[in-house]
Design a protein around this ligand. Structure first.
Ligand code: HEC
Length: 256
């Protein structure tokens, strides 16, 4: 019986490995932290300000997010709901029709409720950090992880203009040559901010972290509740286990 159990466990290992992996070739990675309410609140603020002009969150209600992220209703109504047709209990819809959008951008901006589950948070984080100027594209920008992207670089006012330059880098990008003296790579494929935006590069990374963290929450809102429940369930199992053991001893005492 024990052997069979082990066999089953080992059979399941590849599945868990697969679920966790897959981001090896992405330029950036992040670890979502659904307990960081300040980060999630900031992410939501950035999302409604910079993304909701084009992307909806059809499966997320303002009211649910407000409750989960501890944002009072009046603050949400005053600061986070811009479209006059939307109310506190509504889903996070947008006004723009997808046919219009397809005409403007060459592709409709997809709903992002499940984006974190679809692409993974490392992908979203990398995507938002790697827009760069590319005059050959109709809207003047391109993206490292989504070549020929239709989305404009909406965060450019914050990040500034990013371009490929020749520079030293710690990271081994494609075509990079190692300089044996400095131990750094020399490459003409390094993304660098050439015209500063409103934020410093690490400030901008924090903002994009918060946005991605918020999208991780939106993809699995019940995870917050499940995680809060976890320790309680474990404590219950331990106490119940002790009681069951004491009871068993009590029953078997007379038999032995
Ligand atoms: C002006 C409209 C517009 C705004 C504002 C906008 N996007 Fe987009 N976005 C698009 C379009 C159009 C696409 C589809 C691009 C394509 O398929 O080429 C897209 C694609 C995406 C994708 C990839 C979807 C996929 O294919 O998996 C992500 C992720 C995304 N946007 C996130 C964001 C975030 C986060 C913001 C806010 C910071 C934002 N977008 C703001 C228009 C927009």
């Amino acid at each position: 019986m024990k052997k069979q159990l082990f066999a089953l466990l080992f059979a399941l290992v590849p599945f868990t490995a697969m679920a966790a992996g897959g981001g090896a070739s992405l330029p950036h990675s992040m670890e979502p932290d659904l307990h960081d309410k300040a980060s999630l609140q900031n992410g939501m603020k950035l999302f409604v300000n910079y993304c909701m002009g084009c992307h909806s969150l059809e499966h997320q209600r303002f009211s649910r997010a407000a409750e989960d992220l501890n944002i009072p209703q009046d603050l949400v109504e005053e600061n986070l709901i811009f479209s006059s047709g939307l109310r506190f209990n509504d889903q996070m819809h947008i006004a723009m029709g997808s046919d219009d959008a397809e005409g403007w951008f060459g592709a409709p901006p997809p709903d992002l409720t499940l984006e974190a589950r679809l692409r993974g948070t490392d992908w979203i984080y990398s995507y938002l950090l790697t827009f760069y100027r590319d005059p050959s594209r109709p809207n003047g920008v391109n993206n490292e992880v989504f070549p020929s992207v239709g989305m404009p670089n909406v965060l450019e006012p914050l990040q500034g203009v990013q371009e490929h330059v020749c520079a030293e880098t710690d990271r081994q990008v494609e075509g990079a040559e190692l300089d044996p003296l400095t131990g750094k790579y020399q490459s003409c494929d390094v993304l660098q901010v050439t015209q500063p935006g409103a934020m410093e590069p690490d400030e901008f990374e924090d903002a994009v972290y918060d946005l991605t963290n918020f999208l991780a929450y939106v993809g699995e809102p019940s995870k917050l509740h499940a995680q809060a429940l976890g320790p309680k369930v474990l404590i219950f199992i331990v106490i119940f286990g002790v009681l069951a053991y004491l009871l068993k001893r009590e029953y078997w005492r007379d038999i032995h």
